[in-house]
Each structure stands twice: as structure tokens, then as C-alpha cells.
Design a protein around this ligand. Structure first.
Ligand SMILES: Cc1ncc(COP(=O)(O)O)c(C=O)c1O
Length: 388
């Protein structure tokens, strides 16, 4: 059988399976003690006050946007180099997405070009930590400082990513929210850890925390101390805001708790694979390597190469050849405004995003890759470029 190595996949081990089985044998399979325990473990890992889990990264983003107060008539600024959900979760609140230029090498939202996009209607800015490399949130925070704009980090790629605080020189976890208000994560199987489907939001603000909790559970509370109506019948519960069933189950949370214990080991493996690629490809003349800024320690959710000028017009051939040789390469991302839903809304293309899109290919990186898999990828990448 020909080997085929996907660009990313989960690593599920016996202890993960045991954790899920134990929950399946327990009294709780929807929300129970494991959800609370996972929220506690996540907030503690991220060094944030609160974490609220959801049934996907998309619902986590939707809840964060709702909690931030994003509504019809507002605008939010985000990157076009992202999965469509980053923008669509905001559109669902009735607000309008505004796409920003991106940096040519990291693919991250270009903070230096934000000021002319910020308008009186701007309610929210959503930096996406593309591929696990952090946006310079400290610089972003300086742009909005003093104003009422809320920053929600889309850290769906970036659980376990670190960045260096320029003031105190300390490494900060993405999710600790020193320079933002909320941070959303995804636990889809290609992500740093998985719960099957799943997501979370961290925040240090109790009022956001309460809104996140309500929104993910139909806007309903059962806590009588919080009731607005005077009714106190034993069956009584109260829907206080708009909301939906965005709940994670205890089955998923049990898997998440088990996976989270191994997150640092997973990231170490990703960084070691990235380092092997960086060394192997250092002198290549075909493509640029993913940069790592001096303020960043990427979690390498993706390892993206960017084709040099002589090659990017042959991206399709290169991509097809890599696939034919057994590499499950992918392209991250089609700029969101290119999708028919968005182009029908008259979005214009953005040069920096088009340039990034025309060059980018993600090659396999995930913790379950063996050293032989990594060598196989290197060999097939060279075989592809040498043959075109
Ligand atoms: C940057 C980004 N944002 C949001 C999402 C949505 O997360 P989920 O698939 O868990 O709903 C993803 C998932 O692919 C993502 O990569």
C-alpha cells in the first residue's frame, strides 16, 4: 500500500480511550463533572481566570462575539487568511465583517495596517493566530488602548502557543489574555488536542464569563439567585438572553482532560518536526519557510511553505504531485472573501491575502508522525520540486 500522510491528525492513546470509557460507564454523559473539570484544567493551563467549553470552535467564537456585544449595525475586523467560521460566526450576530491585509510571511493580520480600517462602528477585532504563530497582540492592544473595541483572539490553531511580553520579557501563553478580552480555541482532530468536535473560550472578565455560560445553554439559568422574575417554583428555570445548545458533553470533556495532560509533549514534538524541516529545507531554492518572530514560540499547528516567484504559478502542479507522492498537503486558506457567500456581499480582494494564497501549501505535521514519516515527507518534497 502506498503511504499517505495527512497534513494533520489526532493522537489518541490508551489513556484517552480509558477516560472516555469511564465516563460512558458513569451517570453523566452530557454536562456533568468532567465538563467542569475540563474548564478548570483549561483555565489553569492558559493562566486565565475562566474557561467555558463549547461543542466546536465555531460555537466558541459565536459565543465570544455575542458576549462582546457584537450586534447588527456593528463591524468587526479580522483576517481573510482563516477558516470561514472566524467571519461567519460574526455575520450570524448581524454584524459586518471587514477583512484586513495580512503579513506576507506569517499570514497573520497585519497590525500596522489596522488604523485606517477602524471606524466608529468597529466593535471587535479578531486576530487569528495562523498556523499557531501568534499575532503581535501586544501591538494590537496598543492600537485600541483606551477605546471600547473588544479583542477576541481566534486561537483555534494556537493552544500552547507562547509569545514574549515586551514589557516584562516573560513568555505568555495564548489564552492568558494579557492583551485581549477573550480567546477562542478549537479541539477538532487536526488541532493541538482533540475532543472529537469541541471548543472553548477563556476570559478574565466575570461579565463575559456569565454571558458565555448563558449563550451556550439556550440563554437559560437554573440558579435561583440569578432569576429576574420573582417565581421560585421548584421546576422553574429562566431564559434570560438569546442562546442555543452549544454544550460540550462529559464524554468529550473526559477526552479533553486526558489530552490536555499531554499537550506540552505534543507541542514539543511539533516543534521538533518543524526544526527538522527547517534544517532540511534551509538552503532550498523553491520555497520560503514559515518564520518565527523573536517574540513567538509557535505551536506549529501547520507547517506552511510559500512558493518563491519562479514556482508559485505552478502551484497546482506542485500540489498535485505532492499528493500523488503520498503527502496529504492542503492549502490554508482560500481567502474568506473569495467564497461565493462573501463575494455576493461585494467584498474586494486584498493583495497581500491573494499573494499569500497563491504561494501557500501546508505539509504534514502532527505529533503522531514518526521520524521515518518526517524523512519521507522531506524526500517527497525534494522529489516533487526537482522533477518540475
Ligand atoms: C482559524 C479557525 N477558526 C475557527 C475554526 C472553527 O473551529 P471548529 O472546526 O472547531 O468549529 C477553525 C477550524 O478549522 C479554524 O481553523
Amino acid at each position: 500500500m502506498t503511504a499517505f500522510i495527512p497534513y494533520g491528525r489526532q493522537l489518541i492513546q490508551d489513556d484517552d480511550i480509558e477516560a472516555v470509557l469511564e465516563t460512558l460507564r458513569s451517570d453523566f454523559i452530557t454536562q456533568g463533572p468532567r465538563v467542569a473539570e475540563f474548564e478548570e484544567a483549561l483555565s489553569s493551563y492558559c493562566e486565565a481566570k475562566y474557561a467555558v467549553v463549547f461543542n466546536s470552535g465555531t460555537s466558541a467564537l459565536h459565543a465570544a462575539y455575542f458576549a462582546a456585544g457584537l450586534r447588527a449595525g456593528d463591524e468587526f475586523i479580522t483576517s481573510p487568511i482563516t477558516f470561514s467560521a472566524t467571519a461567519t460566526a460574526g455575520i450570524l450576530t448581524g454584524a459586518r465583517a471587514v477583512f484586513a491585509p495580512v503579513e506576507p510571511d506569517t499570514g497573520n493580520l497585519d497590525v500596522s495596517q489596522l488604523s485606517n480600517l477602524i471606524a466608529p462602528r468597529t466593535k471587535l477585532i479578531v486576530p487569528v493566530h495562523f498556523a499557531g504563530h501568534p499575532v503581535n497582540v501586544e501591538a494590537l492592544f496598543a492600537v485600541i488602548k483606551g477605546g471600547s473595541i473588544v479583542i477576541v483572539e481566534d486561537a483555534c490553531h494556537a493552544l500552547g502557543t507562547l509569545y514574549k511580553d515586551r514589557i516584562d520579557g516573560n513568555w505568555q501563553k495564548v489564552g492568558a489574555l494579557k492583551h485581549s478580552h477573550m480567546c477562542a480555541f478549537s479541539f477538532h482532530p487536526v488541532k493541538a488536542i482533540t475532543t472529537g468536535e469541541g471548543g472553548a473560550v477563556t476570559t478574565n472578565d466575570v461579565s463575559y464569563y456569565k454571558k458565555l455560560k448563558l449563550f451556550g445553554n439556550h440563554g437559560i439559568t437554573k440558579l435561583s439567585d440569578n432569576f429576574i422574575n420573582p417565581e421560585r417554583a421548584p421546576w422553574y428555570y429562566e431564559m434570560q438572553t438569546i442562546g442555543l445548545n452549544y454544550r460540550m458533553t462529559d464524554i468529550q470533556a473526559a477526552l479533553g482532560i486526558s489530552q490536555l495532560r499531554k499537550l506540552d509533549v505534543f507541542i514539543e514534538r511539533r516543534r521538533s518536526i518543524a526544526n527538522t524541516y527547517n534544517n532540511a529545507f534551509a538552503a532550498n531554492r523553491y520555497f520560503y519557510l514559515p518564520p518565527e518572530r523573536d517574540y513567538a514560540k509557535s505551536s506549529y499547528h501547520l507547517y506552511h511553505i510559500r512558493l518563491k516567484d519562479e514556482y508559485f504559478q505552478r502551484k497546482l502542479d506542485i500540489f498535485n504531485k505532492l499528493r500523488a507522492l503520498g503527502l496529504g498537503v492542503q492549502c490554508h486558506y482560500i481567502p474568506v472573501y473569495r467564497h461565493p457567500y462573501y463575494s455576493a456581499l461585494q467584498y474586494k480582494s486584498i493583495e497581500s491575502a491573494e499573494d499569500f494564497y497563491s504561494r501557500e501549501i501546508s505539509i504534514p505535521i502532527f505529533p503522531a508522525m514518526s521520524d521515518a514519516d518526517v524523512q519521507f515527507v522531506i524526500e517527497k518534497v525534494f522529489e516533487t520540486f526537482e522533477g518540475i
